[in-house]
Write a protein that binds this ligand. Sequence first.
Ligand code: R5P
Length: 291
Amino acid sequence: MADANGNKEAKDYGLDVPVKKEAFFLKGLDHVDWGIKDRMGRIFNKKSGNTVMLAFDHGYIMGPTSGLERIDLGIVPLIDYADCIMCTRGVLRSCVPPQVNKPVSLRFSAGTTVLNDLNDECILDIEEAIRLNASALAIMVSVGGKYEAKTIDNLVRTADMGAKYGIPTLGVTAVGKELTRDSRYLSMASRVCAENGATFVKTYYCEEGFEKVTAACPVPIVIAGGKKVPELDALTIAYRAIQQGAAGVDMGRNVFQADAPVAMLKAVRGVVHDELKPEEAFELYNELKSA
Ligand code: R5P
């Protein structure tokens, strides 16, 4: 019995040193479990409090869109410069080398494609997410859409399973053709995601009142990039979103469809982590592009 005999008497109790009480660095997440904090801490940079996620899950509804024809050629070289990747299990297994060792926001809901009514979705098996070592479960939520109840039910069940195994849930606000991307809608959609258990929310930036969207959402918000726009415009959107309270971007087309995707991703990082102004980031983009 090694412990019973010759055990050194414990004496270093640090009686004059109070135990540190530290708040978690991301908003609204002080009371979630350790595993969720650990995974969120891998997705978000502790210094800036923000994240640059690279989204390339578009194929699950669009097929091989521009820039995603060959994931091995178009996307894998970008992964080193992202804080987290967002993709489907199919592309993860078939094209992403596990040794990239990046947190994965796994596309956890799937269903109809752009050829049909979007958002009629089911969810994956939680064991699949655990097998793939997912750091977040991304769920589409269509507030105000035809499949509102179904997608909210998907979110609720995902958040329950995620909480059971310590995996964060990312509520992704879908925007149907019939819905307007204004602050009134986006704040409602984001808030509905948070209220129903999302650990963080992905939504769109809007020109008017985006600070109200982030203020009214009790958990971190990251923005999607949306359709490809000129590089300076995309950097301006990212800059304004961060200034108005977003905790990062989950950007796809504006990175992988850029003229120089690696340069663009580095420029986005400058805005999100280093407080570069859009013009400074664009200058960086041009420098890197011509190097
Ligand atoms: C959205 O639901 C897709 O799954 C993408 O992940 C998302 O739209 C982000 O990509 P993009 O910046 O191209 O809009």
